[in-house]
Each structure stands twice: as structure tokens, then as C-alpha cells.
Design a protein around this ligand. Structure first.
Ligand code: FES
Length: 246
């Protein structure tokens, strides 16, 4: 953690934009980097629409603190002219934003309908038993956190496990436990799609804040299961209905 509760501004206080990070308890070097990154993020939006930067800024906070910390909420509010309640409302709406520190490897087991019938519930039980973690819990050494996910948008590869939002497709209880145990031992692990090597939670949160890591072209994009429907439609000459003229 880069912050201290002691230095967080009291409720109602609002540090000035551009110099809020240090006032909120971030160390000078972290504060300087945060302010530079925030300036870059907000510059991507047209004048008057800077509030649209809130989502990437929350990811930036997670890349530094490992979750959406109280100081991070206050920082976003100060920089964007929002109240802390408004920032919290957004942060609690989206499940990618954590309310307590995620592990270096945040494991999400999909137990939504399709993955569940394909074995997601058994994977969840196996990983939970192997790690000793329940839903939304983080290991004492900070290596692994565990979450039930409700659809990873990877149903064509069900059952799917995600680690730091990277795909591990067509899992079984055995493969998922073996992967998590490899992470616990500190071994390199490769997702089945996406980058060649699994980034840490904080590294991928920085990527989601919009800072490229140079790995965008690695791995496969749309794999055969994702393209199968398109191929069948082409073979059969199926096309989308034409839009009716008014
Ligand atoms: S139901 Fe699991 S990825 Fe969609």
C-alpha cells in the first residue's frame, strides 16, 4: 500500500486538483507519477467532459493500491470535481473495482449458467478447497484472491476461469487447481488467449487505465469456437435480414 489513513483528507475537505495525491497521503514519488498519469488520462477527453475519465482513473488507483482505496476515491473526486459519494457510486456499480486489496493474482471462476452446467461449480469448489479461500477473500500472503464471476464473456470456451482478467479456457477442476498452485509457487503461467505471460493484477489494472504494455498483439484473437457460427452462416449462405425501409 502506498497510502496512510492518517494523511487522508477529512470528509468534506477537497484537495486542489493537480496536487491532491500527496495531500491524500501518497508518497512524493507515487504522487508525482499519479498526477502525471491522471493528467494524461484526462487529456484524452474533450474539455468539459473530463468526468468521463473516472473509469480509467479508478483502474489507475487499483494499479497503485491494489483496490479502490479511500484515498483513491478522494483523489478521483478532487481531480474531477466530483463528490466522494459520486465516485463511490461508480466504483461499487462495476464488479471489476475491488473494495479491498486483490491478490497479485485475482482468480475469477465463472459460475454463471453456461459455465456452471459445463463444470464451473465443480471448478469453484476445487479452487476454493485448494486455496482455503471463499468468495472475495485474499490469501494472507497476498498472492491469490478468489471471486465468483457471473460470465466472463467467454461462454464459447466454457467453463472459463480468469486471472487478472486474462482467459483460461475449457478448464477442469484439475487444470484450474494446477494453474493456481503454480501461481502460488511463483511459477510463470500463460493464459490460453491474450498475452504470452500472465501480468500481475496491478500491471493489468494499469493497462485498463489506458497505458499500453506492449503485449496487445500476443496470443490468438478470435479462436475457432468464437468463429464457428460465422463459418456455418457463410457455408449456408445465411445473412442478416435487411433493415426495413420506413
Ligand atoms: S457463462 Fe461463463 S463465460 Fe459466459
Amino acid at each position: 500500500m502506498s497510502t496512510t489513513n492518517k494523511a487522508v483528507a477529512a470528509p468534506g475537505q477537497s484537495p486542489a486538483p493537480g496536487q491532491a495525491a500527496q495531500a491524500l497521503g501518497y508518497s512524493p514519488d507515487v504522487a508525482a507519477r499519479l498526477e502525471a498519469d491522471i493528467a494524461e488520462i484526462t487529456s484524452r477527453y474533450p474539455a468539459g467532459y473530463e468526468r468521463s475519465a473516472l473509469i480509467p482513473m479508478l483502474h489507475l488507483v487499483q494499479s497503485v493500491d491494489g483496490y479502490v482505496s479511500p484515498a483513491g476515491i478522494a483523489l478521483c473526486a478532487a481531480e474531477l470535481g466530483l463528490t466522494r459519494s459520486e465516485v463511490s457510486a461508480v466504483a461499487t456499480f462495476y464488479s471489476q473495482f475491488r473494495r479491498h486489496p486483490a491478490g497479485t493474482y485475482h482468480v475469477g471462476v465463472c459460475t454463471n449458467a453456461l459455465c456452471a452446467v459445463m463444470g464451473g461449480d465443480e471448478i469453484w469448489q476445487a479452487v476454493s478447497q485448494a486455496t482455503g479461500l471463499g468468495a472475495d477473500e485474499t490469501s494472507e500472503d497476498g498472492t491469490i484472491s478468489l471471486e465468483r464471476l457471473e460470465c466472463n464473456a467467454g461462454c464459447d470456451y466454457a467453463p472459463v476461469v480468469m486471472v487478472n482478467w486474462e482467459f483460461f479456457d475449457n478448464q477442469t477442476p484439475q487444470t484450474a487447481v494446477a494453474m493456481v498452485e503454480a501461481l502460488q509457487r511463483g511459477e510463470a503461467v500463460s493464459p490460453t488467449r491474450g498475452p504470452d505471460a500472465l501480468p500481475t493484477f496491478r500491471d493489468n489494472e494499469r493497462l485498463l487505465a489506458g497505458f499500453e504494455d506492449g503485449h496487445a498483439d500476443e496470443g490468438i484473437g478470435a479462436g475457432e469456437p468464437s468463429l464457428r457460427g460465422l463459418r456455418i452462416a457463410r457455408d449456408k449462405g445465411w445473412t442478416a435480414p435487411k433493415e426495413e425501409s420506413k
